[in-house]
Design a protein around this ligand. Structure first.
Ligand code: FAD
Length: 429
């Protein structure tokens, strides 16, 4: 079913629509554009990875999606699309076996394979290994000039009538971690698997004999702690809160991710939005699924009965200092905020499951100089310092304006359709 829409994107050329990033958000857009065959556009996506991948550093064995497969790239918008998760299951010959699993949430590895299958269908519309380093408005010709750097660092410029930026999330690291950036011993959880693979040969007994500090109290921290414990490591899990909070999975609360809620959110007074984000943040942020919390607690308790202790959990804790240790690891001092008590230990590695922030337009100074206030209009156009920029669309960047689903998969199908409608309006004479 591989298809080519345009063959566009020659160096120095001009396209109608240029997508920055080729993750799920812009994959959904590629589908929505392709499903409008009466409108022929030159389309090009630029993706900095050298091939399609979806959070490969966190494809931990057995981890599941936190969203129904019916919120795939297309089904919410078009139930008869050939790019649905169900179509993928059919193509892979697993539909019947999947049905017998009797759950709406596939494992993460399977969903990543689905996304890769869709991406393969759009291979002619994407150039991998191309990082967009700037976007600026053009005084004449195409509306935007997009500068991108290839694998050899050579920069090229492509003109575009419209640009859709979907750069996903950027990892947030604690300030002290900067001093360890090149050590290979302190890293963000989003890089877990490749970093562990690089570190293991440097440890006398590999991961099994390692002692690793995991920082954070959310789903990622819990998944990482469990994975490292499975590998045989001694794991210290430290977080600011009193305990690991649980994800709110109530169906009524989950309506906060419904597509039409974006309108309700958009219309609400800012103070009400803020209150809703605060009240329902635990649908996704800094919260852990019940089954995972229960498993961690069971292991922690079992070790109190049988020993030896390999899982240590440190509540109300913060890192005070982290120094390179003589043995090559990291000497970390942690403070208990409730008691003021401090302890220090040499760790082989520190995994910072310390969250993310939207990639937004950060660093793309031609359209958003450093320090600009970047928001997103209801039509998904970038609003920089209060000015809506015609032709520049931004996906997954505005939680305060678009609600808790903005950075998630919840609305990618509907949002892609809305962007295509907005493009259409802009194109009309
Ligand atoms: C481990 C993990 C699990 C998750 N699980 C779920 C889940 O179960 N359900 C859910 O709803 N959400 C989940 N999320 C949230 C996640 O944000 C979405 O799943 C999804 O990845 C959002 O798609 P996206 O296209 O906006 O961003 P991304 O998937 O991050 O894709 C953005 C792409 O843009 C590329 N890029 C960035 N900057 C540039 C540039 N300057 N030039 C070119 N390319 C660039 C990146 O390389 C990347 O491929 C999860 C997140 C993580 C980290």
């Amino acid at each position: 079913m591989k298809r080519s829409r345009t063959g566009a994107g020659a160096d120095g050329g001009t396209v109608d629509v240029l997508g920055v990033g080729f993750g799920p958000a812009n994959l959904a857009l590629a589908i929505a554009l392709a499903e409008q065959p009466e409108r022929r556009r030159d389309v090009l996506f630029l993706e900095k990875r050298d091939r399609f991948a979806w959070h490969p550093g966190m494809l931990l064995p057995g981890t599941s999606m936190q969203i129904s497969f019916l919120k795939d790239l297309v089904t919410q918008r078009n139930q008869v699309s050939p790019y649905s998760f169900v179509a993928y299951l059919g193509a892979r010959g697993r539909l019947v076996d999947f049905v017998n699993r009797a759950t709406l949430t596939p494992e993460r590895a399977e969903f990543a394979d689905y996304l890769g299958w869709v991406a393969e269908n759009f291979a002619d519309d994407v150039r991998y290994g191309e990082e967009v380093v700037d976007i600026r408005r053009s005084p004449d010709g195409p509306r935007f000039l997009v500068t991108h750097a290839g694998p050899d660092g050579t920069e090229r410029v492509t003109g575009a009538r419209s640009v859709v930026v979907a750069r996903g999330l950027r990892p947030v690291m604690p300030g002290w971690a900067g001093a360890h950036a090149d050590s290979g011993r302190v890293f963000h959880n989003i890089e877990l698997l490749p970093r562990l693979a690089a570190l293991e040969p440097r440890l006398p007994r590999g991961a099994e004999g390692a002692r690793i500090l995991v920082l954070g109290g959310g789903q990622s921290a819990a998944e990482v702690a469990l994975h490292l414990h499975d590998l045989g490591a001694a794991v210290d899990l430290a977080f600011h809160g009193f305990g690991l909070g649980e994800v709110d999975e109530s169906p009524f609360v989950n309506q906060v991710f419904d597509p039409q809620v974006v309108d309700e959110f958009d219309a609400a007074p800012p103070a009400v939005r803020e209150e809703l984000l605060r009240r329902h943040g635990n649908t996704n942020y800094a919260a852990v699924e019940h089954a995972l919390t229960a498993e961690l607690y069971a292991r922690w308790y079992r070790e109190s009965v049988t020993g030896p202790r390999r899982l240590r959990v440190h509540r109300t804790s913060e890192v005070v200092s982290a120094e390179r240790s003589a043995g090559g690891g990291v000497d970390v001092t942690v403070r208990r905020t409730t008691t003021g008590e401090q302890w220090s230990t040499a760790f082989d590695a520190v995994v910072c499951a310390t969250g993310f922030e939207p990639g937004s337009l950060t660093g793309l100074a031609g359209v958003a100089p450093a320090g600009s206030d970047v928001r997103v209009s209801r039509q998904h156009r970038a609003v920089v310092d209060g000015h809506e920029i015609e032709g520049l669309y931004l996906q997954g960047a505005d939680v305060p304006g678009h609600g808790l689903g903005a950075t998630l998969l919840s609305n990618v199908a509907i949002r892609a359709g809305e962007i295509v409608s907005a493009l259409e309006k802009e194109e009309s004479p």
